[in-house]
Design a protein around this ligand. Structure first.
Ligand SMILES: NC(=O)c1ccc[n+]([C@@H]2O[C@H](COP(=O)([O-])OP(=O)(O)OC[C@H]3O[C@@H](n4cnc5c(N)ncnc54)[C@H](O)[C@@H]3O)[C@@H](O)[C@H]2O)c1
Length: 383
């Protein structure tokens, strides 16, 4: 038992950082998630948030006051911030999805390192344009997937890489929400012009990353996708804001079969709203073993139950659990620490575009296939 208990606690290695020279950061978009960025940056002693931008008048000023950084310079757009801040080491792009690509391109073209919130972009074409700007700039572009920092999420990849499951041939995405269309601070997540994609991009990108990162992001080949919006467009769904229904321009449910290189099939489903508690557990099937990952929304890197491995041993069917690791680190802080470290050390992007473009290509293909009602081929242009 003592041996098993040793797995439960993550070894937290305290890192000493050089605080002599502060890394200068700007935040573009001062909405909901920007709050998590500033709170995390404020925990890093070698970072100074020196500039803020938001296109809504007064919003960045109020943000600066709320977080006690009244000294930060305030701008009314990403372009104004980038044109005036000549000394920035990096920016956090915290705008709604449709503004990810233009803001990332502007920053990279100005030679600024970028932490871009998830999902990467709305379309594959946009992701490719951002990657071209990344390549030309030689700067760091990392995508904001904090679940990757979670020790239990990392365990999924370790299990696959250990060979314990054999050759992987089927992965099934699960999780999702029964009643969780995100409208806590308005409608930027549900309007076509701001969000561009719904549950498919918002939490689907996490669900895809959890499985595809574990199996090494194989190239996607073809996709049959489906999306719907029965709940988001129904005024009765919203207890206090029936008017949101008319603004709903994205998906609230998506499903797909995606063929991946290496003769692997991805069975995908994601939901913001449905008449079901969960789309189920996530599964990875291999020739030597299967892995059950308890239903999760993925975004916080947590499961409430352990992972289970199923195998046949000496002709008998057995299953065993991988004890949950009690993480002591804040995943959001870890995500921004990894970005700042990459800037300071001239390192690689912690969550690189070369992987997440595959995630984006699948999201894009699900949308395209859903629109035309047929299977589509997936081709990711070389950058
Ligand atoms: N990693 C996570 O856990 C997590 C959680 C929530 C949201 N997100 C992602 O963060 C992004 C933002 O979500 P949110 O909930 O904060 O949205 P939000 O609507 O609350 O905030 C976005 C802000 O960006 C501003 N903005 C838009 N374009 C701009 C531009 N060109 N220049 C300056 N400001 C601009 C808007 O005015 C708005 O204030 C989304 O892409 C979302 O998917 C990530």
């Amino acid at each position: 038992m003592a041996n098993l208990d040793a797995f439960k606690e993550e070894q937290v290695v305290e890192k000493t950082v050089d605080t002599e020279k502060k890394v200068k950061i700007g935040i573009i978009g001062t909405g909901w998630i920007a709050g998590a960025h500033i709170e995390s940056y404020q925990k890093l002693p070698d970072v100074e948030v020196v500039a803020l931008a938001d296109i809504i008048p007064g919003k960045a000023e109020a943000f600066a006051k709320q977080y006690g950084i009244e000294g930060a310079r305030i701008y009314s757009s990403d372009e104004e911030l980038i044109a005036n801040e000549k000394d920035l080491d990096g920016v956090s792009i915290c705008t709604y999805n449709c503004q990810h690509a233009p803001c990332a391109i502007h920053a990279l073209e100005a030679g600024i390192n970028v932490m871009l919130e998830k999902p990467f972009t709305v379309t594959l074409d946009e992701a490719v344009e951002v990657m071209k700007a990344e390549k030309k700039s030689g700067k760091i572009l990392t995508i904001g997937f904090q679940p990757r920092m979670g020790p239990n999420m990392q365990m999924i990849k370790k299990i696959v890489e250990s060979g314990e499951l054999g050759k992987i041939y089927y992965i099934q995405a699960g999780g999702g929400r029964r009643s969780g269309i995100p409208t806590p601070f308005g409608t930027t997540f549900i309007e076509k012009d701001t969000a561009g994609i719904g549950a498919l991009g918002d939490i689907g990108c996490y669900s895809l990353d959890m499985l595809l990162n574990a199996i090494g992001y194989p190239k996607p080949l073809t996709c049959t996708g489906y999306t719907s919006a029965f709940f988001g467009t129904d005024p009765k769904y919203y207890a206090n804001h029936p008017e949101y229904a008319a603004k709903f321009g994205v998906d609230d449910f998506a499903a797909a079969f995606v063929r991946l290189e290496g003769d692997i099939i991805l069975d995908f489903r994601i939901s913001w709203a449905m008449n079901m508690d969960t789309c189920g557990d996530a599964l990875i099937l291999g020739t030597k073993g299967g892995l059950r990952i308890p239903s999760t929304e993925c975004w916080n890197g947590e499961f409430d139950k352990p992972l289970t491995i199923y195998k046949k041993v000496a002709g008998r069917e057995v299953s065993y659990q991988i004890p949950l690791i009690e993480s002591k680190s804040n995943l959001f802080v870890a995500k921004l620490r990894s970005f700042v470290d990459a800037i300071k050390e001239g390192g690689k992007a912690p969550v690189p575009s070369s992987e997440i473009v595959i995630n984006q290509a699948i999201i894009d293909a699900i949308n395209k296939s859903a629109n035309i009602g047929k299977e589509v081929e997936i081709n990711i242009p070389e950058v």
